[in-house]
Design a protein around this ligand. Structure first.
Ligand SMILES: NC(=O)C1=CN([C@@H]2O[C@H](COP(=O)(O)OP(=O)(O)OC[C@H]3O[C@@H](n4cnc5c(N)ncnc54)[C@H](O)[C@@H]3O)[C@@H](O)[C@H]2O)C=CC1
Ligand SMILES: NCC(=O)COP(=O)(O)O
Length: 332
């Protein structure tokens, strides 16, 4: 599939593995048939982490496609002195500047999709970033309410949506409402049709409690909240089942029965995804007017500069961004 304009990538935290993995991904562009992409970053820093991989400055995203065959195009944010694995305020400010510029280029339609490199949430919040994560930042930049930007993690074996994300586990039961679950599942279903080519997605919804509550004996969120949301969606004609017991819905045979597992909290979703698909896992934000993907991992500070970090998830994020952009462009 082809996309209409280049993709743009934010670097992520320059002390982390994000920049070097974008360079490594570029190196495999032919093997993985990667669409042209440019990185918004410090050119000098990108050159230092890329080693022998050619990296060159562009001044406008429209120059990316022509250069892409010969070098990794970089929209330069200026010099940065950064030791791998040692996050700094200066590095965090660079990560934020990169995220802001790359997002703005995509919102303006100059890039066909946005791929965000991993940031360290705590490091960014130290310099005043007020969002729980990049998902909410990008949603705000698109004028979308945070609740309507739905995080999906997707790999070759599984797709998962965590209904609640970066909140304390103790806060989860009170955050789950019939409206939130129904609204977010509608958004996810629409995105699976439009961006993933699934005409009638099959959606399995997990319970919150052990054994999906065992008929109210181990918690009643399934009876009060989750089952009514599922019923509402089924009444609208959607292929939604549940609430299912979280411990038995991820084995191989169970996964064949659905296209998306909707989970009630972060780790219920991300543990099976990362156990099955860590090296090709993509974090994609559904419900936005733009396409945004990211590798499923974080900054991996301990691996930065060692050459041992895998570019698999970054490559998968670039490929998924291009595929989704092409499908959306062709969606009737
Ligand atoms: N998309 C994003 O921006 C994300 C950011 N984070 C942030 O990353 C920071 C570190 O979080 P952690 O929980 O330590 O997660 P992490 O994903 O950075 O690391 C977890 C484990 O996976 C390994 N790992 C990560 N990426 C790898 C790769 N490409 N190849 C091989 N091994 C890899 C690490 O070495 C570590 O053992 C946190 O500040 C968190 O906020 C975490 C997840 C996603
Ligand atoms: N655990 C997933 C994650 O941290 C990704 O967050 P975001 O920065 O993409 O919102």
């Amino acid at each position: 599939m082809t996309v209409r304009g280049p993709l743009v990538a934010s670097s992520g935290d320059p002390a982390g593995v994000g920049p070097e993995l974008l360079a490594k991904a570029w190196l495999t562009r032919a093997d993985h048939d990667l669409a042209p992409f440019a990185v918004v970053a410090s050119l000098s820093h990108m050159q230092s982490v890329a080693g022998a991989i050619p990296v060159r400055a562009i001044t406008d995203l429209s120059q990316a496609a022509d250069l892409f065959g010969a070098a990794l195009p970089v929209l330069d944010l200026g010099p940065l002195d950064q030791t791998p694995g040692m996050p700094t305020h200066e590095g965090a400010r660079m990560a934020l500047a990169s995220l802001e510029r790359a997002t703005a280029l995509t919102v303006a339609g100059e890039a066909s999709a946005l791929v965000t490199g991993p940031i360290a949430k705590a490091e960014l919040q130290k310099i005043g970033f007020s969002h729980p994560g990049q998902t909410e930042f990008v949603a705000a930049a698109c004028g979308i309410a945070a609740d309507d930007a739905v995080m999906m993690l997707a790999g070759p074996s599984l797709r998962v949506v965590p209904m609640t994300v970066h909140v304390a586990l103790a806060a989860v039961p009170n955050l789950l409402t019939i409206d939130l679950i129904a609204r977010r599942i509608r958004i996810a279903a629409r995105a699976l049709q439009r961006d993933f080519g699934l005409a009638r997605p099959r959606i399995a919804v997990a319970g919150l409690n052990p054994h999906a509550g065992e008929q109210g004996r181990m918690g009643d969120e399934e009876i009060r909240v989750i089952a009514p949301a599922v019923e509402q969606l089924r009444a609208e004609g959607m292929g939604v089942t549940g609430p299912l017991a979280g411990d038995t819905m991820f084995h191989a045979e169970a996964r064949e029965r659905y296209d998306l597992a909707v989970c009630m909290y972060h780790d219920q979703a991300l543990i099976p995804l990362k156990a099955l698909d860590f090296n090709a896992g993509v974090n994609v934000t559904l419900g936005l007017p733009i396409i945004r993907t990211s590798p499923d991992h974080g900054t991996a500070f301990a691996l930065a500069g060692t050459g041992r970090a895998s570019a698999g998830p970054t490559v998968a994020a670039i490929r998924m961004a291009a595929d989704c952009a092409a499908r959306r462009a062709n969606f009737a």
